[in-house]
Design a protein around this ligand. Structure first.
Ligand code: UD1
Ligand code: CA
Length: 451
């Protein structure tokens, strides 16, 4: 039986931010959410988040995790003091407590599983995750008897010059037998450089305490400042891109591309340079995306091309050509084999199959049937200064260049709108509508007739 506690009460002074450190975003998700997600695999019986600095903000950010119990640490007197706050919550708890710093966003779930397995199979009082860091500055150093029986953890700032030569570091991930930890927590003292109660000192009173080295030290990089946040982002990006290239996706100039780890790609899709894929985005196979494009929370169907364009919260069926310079923003739905071209903006708009909006248009709150052709420069005037209104356009209807469709308005099927029309009233099926002044030509007329 495992309970999890995530330490998220600190301010994170080194971030130089008003936002609590654990709420800083790494690839679209906060540090603390990433830590929480990495623990799902151990199926904890209870979840705790220790909150303090801007605790209300941290709580709000974790609303999507209803299982989490929030524990207040009013003053941040150290990581040991943070865990002391759990005493009233875990009275009589007869299992293990997995403790994680809230600033470890790159942990792999398998590592946590291995830690708990090692802890339980050796019946340890505590098992501590450690790593050999090429640059251990800032981390607590781990000193062992033999290879893996822990003697002591000394914080970087409390280390002697000789102790600093040790590259084995404390990752900030611990598994404790709660019944043992509970007894020693009141014995912690703040006799160190920071005058804090260190959780790492608890190991001095417990036996046996074992360490487990993580193979890939990058997993346990702690985020304390913006530079480490950027390093973590690069590591995460490398992981994500390696995964998709191995799965059959071509990335042209991967260093110029960013892909959130929530994105799903299908094989034989090509992602071109300077393209950014974010959030809950999926891209089917046979697509060519970019260069210079941004897709966020959107679903792109097979064999779609999207060039120098932006798509946000949109769904595009297969075989559509988009761009250059198209902007799909919010609840756009595009049918099969459409064409959306240069300088076209669509908002809350649905296109049926084989519909074209090829040049210089704005369509907002519009529903278009299939095989519609929107002429260059056609605009829906969907906003009257107070409210937004819908436009509906039937199958096979064609609008001439520079038409304005003043909403609310409905055009039937097989309608032709003459170029330059301002359509203010509904048009039935199978009609030609000309809504513009007739051209007047006056033969022999000059500005000054006397000359
Ligand atoms: C800590 C460890 C160090 C380890 C490193 C790994 C201690 C004393 N040191 O150092 O051995 O190598 O992590 O990254 O634990 N927090 C609270 N309440 C507090 C203080 C901190 O909840 O009173 C939280 C912070 O929000 C953070 C986590 O605990 O998420 C770790 O605190 P931080 O200040 O980053 O510790 P480090 O100095 O990095
Ligand atoms: Ca840290």
């Amino acid at each position: 039986m495992v309970a999890v506690a995530i330490l998220a009460a600190g301010r994170g002074t080194r971030m130089k931010s008003t936002l609590p450190k654990v709420l800083h975003s790494l690839g679209g998700r906060s540090l603390v959410e990433r830590v929480l997600d990495s623990c799902q695999c151990v199926a904890p019986k209870r979840w705790f988040a220790i909150v303090g600095y801007q605790g209300e903000q941290v709580k709000a950010a974790l609303q999507s995790h209803p299982d989490v119990e929030f524990v207040e640490q009013q003053q941040q007197l150290g990581t040991g003091h943070a865990i002391v706050q759990l005493l009233p919550y875990l009275q009589g708890f007869d299992g293990d407590l997995l403790v994680l710093n809230g600033d470890l966003p790159l942990l792999r779930p398998e590592t946590l599983k291995q830690l708990i397995d090692a802890h339980q199979s050796h019946q340890n009082a505590a098992t501590i995750l450690t790593a050999n860091m090429p640059n251990p500055a800032g981390y607590g150093r781990v000193f062992c008897q033999g290879n893996n029986i822990l003697k002591q953890i000394v914080e970087d700032r409390d280390c002697s010059a000789a102790q600093k030569q040790n590259h084995r570091v404390n990752a900030g991930v611990y598994c404790f037998r709660w019944a043992d930890l509970e007894k020693v927590l009141p014995q912690l003292e703040a006799n160190n450089d920071q005058k804090e109660y260190y959780l790492t000192d608890a190991v001095n009173y417990l036996e046996p305490v074992m360490v487990m080295d993580v193979e890939d030290y990058e997993e346990v990089l702690g985020i304390n400042d913006r530079k480490q946040l950027a390093t973590a982002y690069n590591i995460l990006q490398a992981r994500v891109k390696d995964k998709w290239m191995a799965a059959g996706v071509t990335l042209i100039d991967p260093d110029s591309i960013t892909i959130d780890d929530t994105v799903e790609l299908q094989p034989d899709t090509i992602i071109e340079p300077q393209t950014h894929l974010r959030g809950n985005t999926t891209i089917a196979s046979g697509c060519r995306i970019g260069p210079g494009s941004l897709i966020e929370n959107s679903q792109i169907g097979e064999n779609t091309t999207l060039l120098y364009s932006v798509a946000i919260n949109s769904v595009v069926a297969g075989g559509t050509r988009i761009g250059p310079y198209t902007h799909l923003r919010g609840q756009v739905q595009v049918g099969q084999s459409c064409r959306i071209g240069n300088f076209v903006e669509l908002k809350n708009t649905t296109l049926g199959d084989r519909t074209n909006v090829a040049h210089l248009s704005y369509l907002g709150d519009a529903t278009l049937g299939s095989k519609v052709n929107i002429g260059a420069g056609t605009i829906t005037a969907n906003y009257d200064g107070v409210s937004k209104h819908p436009t509906s356009i039937g199958d096979r209807t064609k609008t001439g260049s520079n038409s304005v469709l003043v909403a609310p308005v409905t055009l039937g099927t097989d309608v032709t709108v003459a170029a330059g029309s301002v359509v203010t009233e509904d048009v039935p099926d199978d009609c030609l509508v000309i809504a513009r002044p007739r051209q007047v030509v006056k033969p022999g007329w000059r500005l000054n007739n006397s000359q």
